[in-house]
Write a protein that binds this ligand. Structure first.
Ligand SMILES: Nc1ncnc2c1ncn2[C@@H]1O[C@H](COP(=O)(O)OP(=O)(O)OP(=O)(O)O)[C@@H](O)[C@H]1O
Ligand SMILES: [Mg+2]
Length: 310
């Protein structure tokens, strides 16, 4: 199980790296086995940064990411890291960027073999690759030996998932993996994720598309400017959103292209007190108060940007 405990990321930007950019602020969440957790937010809200921290592609600034109770940042040594990637893999938006155009697509599997299965026989290895490819609904005979430009984006994306499945994968970070696919292929890939979830895979599903979030996820996390605005069982969040930002987003779903700005504008006119700063506990002693529980497993973050005016 993956857990993020008050994870923050500050990038240093500007000419001399002097300006802090708070890309992720105090995010806590868990991805249990066999569950899809959607991370939804507008461009720049910190979604990919969270995915990258989980995959150890960028270090956390503060807080802790644990997998089965072990701090991911503390995995030292080649073997420990390899042990982690055996279970945790990422797939990203642009499948073409993961393939080298001058090699057949088989190469992404071969690289895995060199790193993880050096002792496996050729026959065993081929069987394992074919199994992975069949599990994602592709015909090995149709895709192996081909070059990336000879396959569609959806086929390449599924091959990358197949590649992850060749390992003993337990958590998949899927960062906008269907944004570049056409509608019918999208459904195929979404259904595939549903099947994998049923087999016990945990999925951190990153998207800026609210409709996709409802389709696949058990838990929805709405991210706004790096912080959790609202998080809870997907049905609960969509049926009775508690944060004005989420309400604004859902109210304007048919007009997707304006949603984020509209939702932000709604915040200015938000009525009612922010639950984070009006509850009995008030702001916690350690910095800005985190989301508060407003229903079973349903959390709402501060209504304002950084801290509520008292
Ligand atoms: N390597 C980096 N160095 C400095 N700033 C970065 C870096 N990567 C991301 N950022 C900044 O951090 C913030 C969050 O970026 P991130 O890529 O996590 O957003 P996102 O939610 O994935 O957006 P999108 O939907 O466009 O993919 C943005 O302001 C971005 O400019
Ligand atoms: Mg991103």
């Amino acid at each position: 199980m993956l857990t993020l405990d008050r994870v923050s990321k500050v990038y240093r930007v500007g000419t001399f790296g002097t300006q802090p950019l708070n890309a992720v602020r105090d995010v806590s969440l868990t991805v249990p086995p066999g569950a899809v957790v959607s991370l939804i937010g507008e461009s720049g809200s910190g979604k990919s940064t969270i995915g990258r921290m989980v995959l150890r592609l960028t270090p956390v600034t503060s807080g802790a990411i644990t997998f089965d109770g072990r701090n991911v940042a503390g995995l030292s040594g080649h073997r420990a890291r390899k042990g982690y990637y055996r279970h945790v893999q990422g797939v990203f938006q642009d499948p073409f960027s993961s393939f080298n155009p001058i090699f057949p697509v088989d190469r992404v599997f071969e690289m895995l073999r060199g790193a993880y299965f050096p002792g496996v026989s050729d026959a065993e290895w081929r069987a394992s690759v074919r199994r992975g490819i069949e599990r994602v609904g592709l015909d090995p005979g149709q895709v192996l030996g081909r070059y990336p430009h000879q396959l569609s984006g959806g086929q390449l994306q599924r091959l990358l998932i197949a590649r992850a499945l060749t390992l003993d994968i337990r958590l998949l970070v899927a960062d906008e993996i269907i944004s570049m696919l056409d509608a019918s292929t999208r459904i195929d890939v979404l259904n595939l994720l549903g099947d994998l979830r049923a087999e016990g895979l945990g999925i951190l599903f990153v998207t800026h598309d609210l409709a996709l979030g409802t389709y696949v996820s058990d838990t929805t996390v709405i991210l706004r400017r790096g912080a959790v605005a609202e998080m809870g069982p997907t049905r609960q969040v969509y049926a009775s959103p508690r944060h004005p930002y989420t309400r604004g987003l859902l109210a304007s779903v048919p007009r997707m292209h304006r949603t984020w700005a509209e939702a932000d504008a709604d915040l200015d006119t938000a009525v009612g007190p922010c639950p984070v700063h009006s509850g009995p506990a008030g702001p916690g002693p350690a910095g800005p108060a985190g989301p508060v529980e407003v229903g079973p497993d349903h959390f709402v973050g501060c209504f304002s940007d950084d801290a509520c005016p008292e």
